[in-house]
Design a protein around this ligand. Structure first.
Ligand code: G2I
Length: 445
């Protein structure tokens, strides 16, 4: 029999699966259930959602709606629920395009995030030049009317969007709404709660991902203040528009965790990351891992379906290419959602090729974790005379080791040998946003 390329591939796939099964048995740590094949189903395994922004004028595109219906279980109207769309003339409300999105989503069993009730931008012309009490009342009436119209149909509302200033001030953004008084935000939240008591009420903003940034701290202090005074706020949305100038911060899970600790849900609401290939995939992986690492991170929404649907299409920032094909970033997000913990199970290898018989097993376990690094431990059994290879994945690097004599095959591959301290050794990995476990393998020296 001659082996075709296809059958060779099949044979090696089978042996890989056998090896993987053996590794899982050794560790008894593999996920019990089968992996989900769509983003929404994968997110549901941990009680989360995976959503997308939807544009009403694309609902007639069958490729677009095919992906939408298959992959996502939460929908945000990209523009159709904004103030200019829903109240084009004062006191005259217009819900046609928003309703098309809401109805399509609900008919498909999906939930809806409402975006956005009050914002300095995308105001209708009549509102832009208003000020003082007239503007305050017009804003509150808008919040009340729109939230009442959709009462019972919205999972979470972005009640107020982008009210904080960029830069180092940590304070509010100047706007006509801000000039009506610093309490405009809490007034909007109270009006929204009265109009739709069942909807979660969120504050939503961008450039609030890095814990050390002044804007992040400013929003944090507002939410802390709201919670202490009983202002009705349930969630904070992190837009998460990333690119090389605004990369995914390595302390992202710290930011999400610290906000959650205030007693609010956190949601990633408008995710997109400019780039391509494995670099982009790793950044998506890091964001997904950060959400999964925080119990109150209830879901992730990407800001569009295909790259060509994006508000910044030239940066190819989404999970599907212009033809609707899944990108590497899609696969990395799906894999993280399926792993639940956001970590890749380690590879454990037993080598039995030494002439004296017997082999060794290297087992990885997690150590302490910090914002920017984590510790790993490896325990060897079967021999005292071992050589363990530890391989980390970019951009991780090992910055410290203990209880072993270490040497380096390359920047990513460390060889560890006994140094008289027993058969457990440890190391510290700077993760750079990549929380995957290293792979370890053992051989007898
Ligand atoms: O700018 C990105 C997002 C930042 N956070 C708030 C989001 O609401 C915002 O979304 C973008 C939409 O993706 C764009 O599609 O918001 C822009 C401004 O509202 C949207 O752009 C607008 C254009 O300004 C309009 O000229 C255009 O008619 O999109 C409209 C519909 O294509």
């Amino acid at each position: 029999m001659t082996l075709t390329a296809k059958s060779v591939a099949r044979v090696s796939l089978v042996s890989t699966l056998v090896l993987a099964a053996a590794g899982a048995a050794l560790l008894s740590a593999s996920p019990a259930s089968g992996a989900a094949s769509t983003l929404g189903a994968a997110a549901q395994q941990s009680g989360r959602y995976f959503g997308t922004a939807v544009a009403a004028n694309k609902l007639s595109d069958s490729t677009y709606t095919g992906i939408l219906n298959r992959e996502f279980d939460m929908v945000t109207a990209e523009n159709e629920m904004k103030m200019d769309a829903t109240e084009p003339n004062q006191g005259q409300f217009s819900y046609g395009n928003a309703d098309r999105i809401v109805n399509q989503a609900r008919n498909q069993g999906k939930r809806v995030r409402g975006h956005a009730l009050a914002w300095h931008s995308q105001q209708p012309g009549w509102m832009q030049n208003m000020s003082g009490t007239a503007l305050r009342n017009a804003m509150l009436n808008h919040v009340t009317q729109v939230a009442s119209y959709y009462r019972g149909k919205i999972y979470a509302w972005d009640v107020v969007n982008e009210a904080f200033a960029d830069g180092s001030s940590g304070g509010r953004r100047d706007s006509n709404l801000q000039r009506t008084g610093n309490d405009w935000i809490e007034a909007a939240f109270r009006a929204a709660r009265a109009a739709d008591p069942g909807a979660k009420l969120c504050y939503n903003d961008y450039n609030t991902d890095n814990w050390s940034h002044a804007k992040t701290q400013g929003v944090y202090r507002m939410v802390q203040d709201f919670k202490s005074r009983g202002v009705p706020i349930d969630c904070v949305g992190f837009q998460a528009h990333f690119n090389s100038g605004n990369p995914v911060p390595s302390n992202y899970h710290t930011t999400l965790q610290n906000f959650a600790a205030l007693g609010v849900d956190v949601q990633i609401t408008e995710l997109d990351i400019e780039g391509s290939g494995s670099t982009q995939a790793q950044q998506y992986q890091g964001v997904t891992q950060a959400c999964l690492a925080v119990a109150r991170c209830t879901g992730i929404t990407v800001w569009g379906i295909r790259d060509t649907d994006s508000w910044r299409a030239s940066g190819t920032p989404l999970l599907f290419d212009g033809n609707g094909n899944k990108k590497a970033a899609y696969t990395s997000v799906l894999n993280v959602l399926n792993n639940g913990t956001g970590t890749t199970p380690p590879t454990t290898t037993t080598t039995t090729s030494n002439p004296g018989g017997g082999g060794c097993t290297a087992t990885y376990s997690e150590g302490e974790k910090w914002n920017d690094r984590f510790n790993g431990l490896v325990t060897v059994s079967g021999t005292d005379n071992w050589i363990v290879t530890v391989t980390v994945s970019s951009p991780q690097r090992i910055i410290a080791t203990w209880n072993t004599s270490a040497s380096w095959e390359s920047a990513n591959v460390m060889t560890a040998r006994p140094n008289g301290s027993g058969n457990t050794f440890g190391f510290t990995i700077m993760h750079g946003g990549n929380w995957n476990w290293p792979s370890v393998s053992c051989r007898v020296a």
